[in-house]
Design a protein around this ligand. Structure first.
Ligand SMILES: [Cu+2]
Length: 253
């Protein structure tokens, strides 16, 4: 059993230097905390609404209808608490978000986050080594560099057209301060796109060097592999795990 505590609260956040945004948040941050569990593990999410509006948590994945976080099933008023309980499945990189009406508004205000379910190696004997590499807490997983990136967007002038595009909220932050990764150690990125109003956006890796490959991260990639891995397109509210070593049979429901 794994328990998470999540509180909804109104909070003004900074989305670019000196640009503030009146957000609705999970745990005071946008995106909300990344919730991670092992496939099949029982999850309890104790959700407290300290915000000014009704809110919920709607998890992508499989669970009972009464745990769906929609009106009548876990959508709660300010001051209330609800406990979502379900088994983590299927494994993969998922999204959770508020499903109060209209969801578009609640998502734009900042109510979303990544929900990662690691595969259980015992359930995937034919891919146990790859599953172990994805399972947090294993030695195999410790050999990876893992990043969570939530691609998000904000409009700040009420026109419902996006002005600030970001990964993890702060516009251009990684352009100014690149993410440092260790050479020779494989990288796995959990990428979630919660873009509103625009349909398509691309995620690009722009390395100069051939140090990565989708098939074997320790081998130099062919230029064809590199091109394929470099450009992954994700559509609105889709999520992918463009790990440079993908798990065969990885399910993306
Ligand atoms: Cu909400």
């Amino acid at each position: 059993m794994r328990t998470f505590e999540v509180t909804a609260e109104d909070k003004t956040i900074e989305i670019a230097p000196s640009v503030t945004f009146p957000a609705w948040t999970y745990n005071g941050r946008v995106p909300g905390p990344t919730l991670r569990a092992k496939e099949g593990e029982r999850i309890r999410v104790v959700f407290q609404n300290n915000g000014s509006h009704p809110h919920s948590m709607h998890f992508h994945g499989i669970h009972a209808a009464r745990m769906d976080g929609i009106p009548g099933a876990g959508l709660i008023d300010p001051g209330e608490e609800f406990v979502y309980a379900f088994d983590a499945r299927p494994f993969g990189c998922h999204l959770y978000h508020c499903h109060a009406l209209p969801p578009k508004r609640h998502i734009h205000k900042g109510m979303y986050g990544a929900f990662v379910i690691d595969p259980d190696p015992d359930r995937h004997p034919e891919h146990a080594d790859v599953a172990r590499s994805r399972l947090l807490g294993t030695l195999d997983n410790a050999g990876w560099q893992e990043l969570v990136m939530v691609m998000n967007v904000f409009y700040t002038n009420f026109d419902e057209e996006n002005e600030f595009y970001a990964a993890n909220t702060i516009a251009h932050a990684y352009a100014k301060i690149p993410i440092r990764i260790e050479r020779g150690k494989p990288v796995r990125i959990y990428l979630v796109n919660v873009l509103e109003f625009d349909r398509l956006r691309q995620f690009r890796l722009l390395p100069r060097s051939p140090h990565y490959s989708r098939r074997n991260p320790s081998a130099p990639a062919s230029s064809r592999d590199a091109t394929k891995a470099r450009l992954a397109s994700v559509t609105e509210t889709r999520r992918i795990s463009p790990a440079f070593r993908r798990m065969p049979g990885s399910r993306r429901p």
